[in-house]
Design a protein around this ligand. Sequence first.
Ligand code: HEM
Length: 403
Amino acid sequence: MNVASEMSLPFLPVDSPDLTANPYPYVERARAEHPWLARFAEGYIVHSYKAVSELLADDENLLPGFGPVVEFYSVHGTMWARFWEDMLPSVSGEKHKRLRGSVAHAFTPRHANQVRPLMRKVITELLDEWAPKGAFDFVEFASLFPISVMCGLLGVSTEHVPRIRSALETHILSLSLDPALKQPALAGWEVMWRFADDAVKQREASGTLDNDSLLDRMIQSKDRGDLDEIELRFMLLVLMLAGFDTSRNMLGFIMKTLLERLDTYARCAEEREYCGKVVEEALRYYGIATPYRVAARDFTYQDVRFRRGEVLVCVTALAAQDASVFPDPSTFDPARENSHRNVAFGRGAHICLGQFLARTQLQEGLHLIARRLKNPVLSGAIGWKPFIGAWGLSKLPIRFEAA
Ligand code: HEM
């Protein structure tokens, strides 16, 4: 048996701009040295499909958690640290079940379907405003869509979006462990907390809680004793964060890919069903999430011994390029038969709560975007967000004909 810390493993320079823009050659070289494990500055990178799937599902030996983030920024004892440590994606066991159960009703496939009219309304209004411009940064445009859908679902006014967008953005970016982000992230946390606190207090003051609004139902859960005051506000923020950045990043990747496949893009304008296939293959091709896990105890996986406290990052984007599961993995092929086996939404107890909502809103968004922004072309340099954290584009300037 090998002890991970003593093994000679390939090192992945996850901070390098070159890897961020194209990680695949790096992982191919790493795979030649070890089939599923590499090292990075903070711990281990897991990259084969099998290992990512199995380790994410191992809720016994590996715990999710953002302790390494709190440690890195040395913010112990702050409310921001408490959020990292106590929010839904960080907790396990009974507490996790209770928190997840308090909102799960709003994230079923059936509910995602019922929200389609809201999604169409939101994207149509955005396109009415943005399409006449003829050119814009697609990432900025895309960032407004999922967050507005989430506001609609929660029953929170979108007038708050400009105020909190950059705070949410900084919070997510801080996952990349950049010391320069500590102060902006702490300041952003104050904005996020104030938003959550005001939103709850305003709904409570209205005196009329309503069953169609998710926030109102969460407040009712709190009134029944299923959530406490802080858990309620943390949950509101988790939903805003999780629902905003991930779908925006995926939509950016989809547009980047389709700029080079205008025939596929044109078909998306004609057939909403076909957009579902494009979205599923994009989820396969571009895992954007890099879930952190911390070893809860010493344990062995596939003949490698990990020590308690070691950090493993399961990179869904790299699992997606595993040729043993997805033949010719670097080809983007919406007709691929097993795209749905992607691990983009994770595995195990923490599997993405919003996966049905995300699929549906990406499908609806893509269809309406392709109908309104005709013959798009890249009109400037693409920008990239850090690979570890929430991978995506920071800039995608396009020009198009408005229909
Ligand atoms: C393309 C879009 C999305 C992707 C790729 C994605 C990916 C993921 C992944 C990989 C996880 C598991 C993290 C882990 O195991 O530590 C996760 C968790 C989660 N996602 Fe998503 N997500 C997306 C969209 C959404 C949306 C729209 C929501 C809406 C609220 C959402 C809410 C959540 C929540 C609440 C969790 C934590 C679940 C838990 O810990 O029980 N996600 N997501």
